[in-house]
Design a binder for this molecule. Structure first.
Ligand code: BTN
Length: 255
């Protein structure tokens, strides 16, 4: 059971709790299409039956052990050209929450959250546009909390990493507070550069060489830049740069 959050300004002022549902992003989309929502509304479930991930993948999480929810935002202040800032801001908010337990937490481009090379949280953001600006943004978050075993050997959870058990509703509140603080920074529009810099500084492969595959070859190098539009540039260990990569063009090689 999850209640509306008392100590945030925007995120989770209204919380819709569904014991089970197909996908919280889909429910949130229905609410947006109905046109009646207040910004920051959260749809959260204990048991998501058809969770969706990035690139058409499925998001599977053991019922009652994790946080699976979607936040409805109305970032009408943000131009389409700046929409990647939503991804960066949300990823940073979640990273700072996870880092309160596990300092070495990183963002993996574009917006996975990882600890010790393993994914602890996935984010699926679905934007709608009106004119030159964003209209709504559905931010789906799957955070692994108490789950201890995963089919994917590159997944982890807060419990696995800390060897503690967590009260989900407490962690939901804490996480929402971190996201709220970052979203307020974005809304001010005065911290775009700081948010972009903070994102880069917390990015996997920015401060150290990593391996990735590109056009069926394996390379070693590090992230050199992320453009306003969210495209990735990498500098190979040979010194050459590959610029403006999109989501489907590069695959990180896990080590
Ligand atoms: C990813 O592939 O990394 C993104 C996973 C996003 C999963 C979350 S769980 C809550 C929300 N509802 C969905 O159907 N997906 C997102």
């Amino acid at each position: 059971m999850y209640n509306s959050l008392p100590d945030t300004l925007i995120i989770g002022k209204k919380v819709i709790y569904l014991p089970t549902c197909h996908s919280t992003n889909d429910i949130a989309a229905e609410i947006v299409h109905a046109g009646l929502f207040s910004e920051g509304t959260i749809v959260i479930t204990d048991d998501q039956l058809s969770g969706r991930g990035q690139r058409g993948t499925k998001w599977v999480a053991n019922p009652g052990e994790n946080l699976t929810f979607s936040i409805i935002l109305a970032p009408q202040f943000l131009e389409i050209d700046n929409q990647f800032l939503i991804s960066q801001t949300i990823a940073l908010g979640i990273r700072s929450y996870v880092a309160s337990y596990l300092a070495e937490t990183q963002v993996k481009w574009p917006n996975d959250i990882q600890v010790n090379g393993k994914k602890i949280c996935g984010i699926l953001i679905e934007n709608s546009i009106q004119g030159a600006n964003l209209k709504s943004s559905i931010v789906g978050i799957g955070l692994n909390v108490n789950q201890l075993s995963f089919e994917n050997s590159f997944a982890t959870s807060l419990s696995t990493e800390t060897e503690e058990a967590f009260v989900l509703s407490d962690e939901f509140q804490k996480l929402a507070r971190h996201i709220d603080a970052y979203y307020l920074r974005l809304r001010s529009r005065k911290q775009d550069k700081e948010l972009r810099d903070e994102y880069l500084n917390n990015l996997y492969g920015y401060s150290n060489d990593v391996k990735f595959s590109y056009q069926e070859r394996i390379y070693s190098g590090r992230v050199s830049a992320v453009s306003k539009q969210g495209k990735l540039s990498v500098r190979l260990s040979t010194g050459e740069e590959i610029a403006d990569l999109g989501l489907k063009e590069i695959v990180w090689i896990k080590s």
